[in-house]
Design a protein around this ligand. Structure first.
Ligand SMILES: NC(=O)c1ccc[n+]([C@@H]2O[C@H](COP(=O)([O-])OP(=O)(O)OC[C@H]3O[C@@H](n4cnc5c(N)ncnc54)[C@H](O)[C@@H]3O)[C@@H](O)[C@H]2O)c1
Length: 352
């Protein structure tokens, strides 16, 4: 097979990471870019040498010279475009979250399975080089059975505004935007145990804190702070059928002393932290050891993870292999996320 001819739909902030990684992959060729904003699509096409631009994704999907697409649009477009792409016989890499609701997720799953092409979900944290380091320790039995995980991704002021802050287009706030990364990474490293129940709390107390001065934060391509219908913060306890549990909290706005990224997993033989920096904790000769693996990046290596994710997508297309981040994983995640919102709304634990 010749080079995989790829197109990117949605040319905003994250598309750069997809495009850079495709550009670095000798088996991929960037052929087209689509964005509702034609100028943005043209600018990206010029930068990355794509011959064609579109403002209507239907036209792009009808192009027989496109083999595969990265979907980097607002979350409310993920389901519609994923389904249309799968039906058009394209290989799909869709950004996280898979979509907004379980109903959408099930429709995508049906189309992806019927389409029979590669369908990968953008759980980029799974592709961090430090995950592979930890997996090698897990495989050699150093960690044992993981039974507890604790993840915090707390931003004091970090509502990206624009569509991120519009529930209709995003599906929710920090829970669906960054909680999805934290929960997925823990769930994946725990071996994807079946989820039993979720109990969550979702708060709308502080708004987007756009009045705060002298403090920079991530902003959507079309930043606009005037509308905010998403939660400020969420927390949850997720129970698994094997008895393991995961405690998570995430925020866009919070009166915290500092931003926090902390992802820790605990097993029967040892534990580890992957955020903010790689540490393995174990015991030898009746003594506790904190081990600091000597690696190039102690924290999340965003560029390397993206490159690995894109390389994996291209490899799956070329070899006809199944991605490690499947549409079925995407469906499970939407059940967890929607379950947390439902639990908070009803004030009860939700059985999945
Ligand atoms: N993996 C990660 O770490 C990561 C980080 C940031 C964002 N994301 C995800 O990437 C997606 C995009 O986020 P972003 O930060 O790039 O947002 P953004 O607002 O910067 O860019 C989104 C772009 O999509 C375009 N768009 C929307 N609907 C479209 C449609 N139907 N057809 C063509 N173009 C359309 C918009 O015009 C905009 O240019 C989201 O799903 C987000 O959750 C993932």
């Amino acid at each position: 097979m010749d080079k995989v001819r790829v197109a990117v739909i949605g040319a905003g902030s994250i598309s750069e990471s997809h495009l850079n990684s495709y550009q670095n992959n000798p088996e991929a060729e960037i052929v087209a870019i689509c964005d509702l904003n034609g100028e943005r699509a043209k600018a990206a096409a010029q930068k990355y040498g794509a011959q064609k631009t579109y403002t209507d994704y239907h036209e792009l999907l009808a192009d027989p010279e496109v083999d595969a697409v990265s979907i980097c649009t607002w979350n409310n477009q993920h389901a519609e475009i994923s389904i249309a792409a799968a039906k058009a016989g394209k290989h799909v890499l869709v950004e996280k979250p898979l979509c907004r609701t379980v109903e959408e997720a099930l429709q995508i799953q049906e189309a992806a399975h019927a389409g029979g092409k590669v369908f990968q979900v953008g759980y980029v944290r799974r592709f961090d080089p430090n995950v592979a380091v930890l997996q090698s320790f897990m495989e050699s039995g150093e960690i044992g059975e993981l039974y507890y995980a604790k993840a915090s991704l707390l931003r004091r002021v970090g509502n990206p505004g624009g569509w991120f802050a519009d529930k209709e287009r995003s599906g929710g706030g920090p829970l669906i935007d960054i909680g999805v990364h934290a929960i997925d990474l823990c769930w994946y490293m725990m071996g994807k145990p079946k989820v039993k129940s979720v109990s969550g709390n979702v708060y709308h107390k502080l708004g987007n804190r756009s009045h705060v001065k002298n403090y920079s934060f991530y902003k959507a391509a079309d930043y606009d702070a005037s509308k905010n219908t998403v939660e400020d913060m969420a927390n949850a306890l997720i129970r698994f059928e094997n008895g393991a549990s995961l405690l998570v909290d995430v925020s866009f706005s919070l009166h915290a002393k500092q931003d926090e990224a902390a992802i820790k997993l605990f097993g029967t033989n040892g534990g580890f932290e992957i955020d903010p920096a790689l540490v393995i904790v174990t015991e030898k000769n009746d003594t506790i050891l904190n081990i600091e693996p000597q690696v190039d990046h102690k924290g999340f290596n965003f560029a390397a993870a993206f490159q690995n994710e894109i390389n994996h997508f291209i490899e799956n297309i070329k070899n006809g292999t199944e991605p490690i981040a499947t549409v079925d994983d995407g469906v499970e995640m939407m059940k967890i996320l929607n379950g947390i919102y439902e639990s908070s709304e009803k004030g009860v634990e939700i059985q999945l």
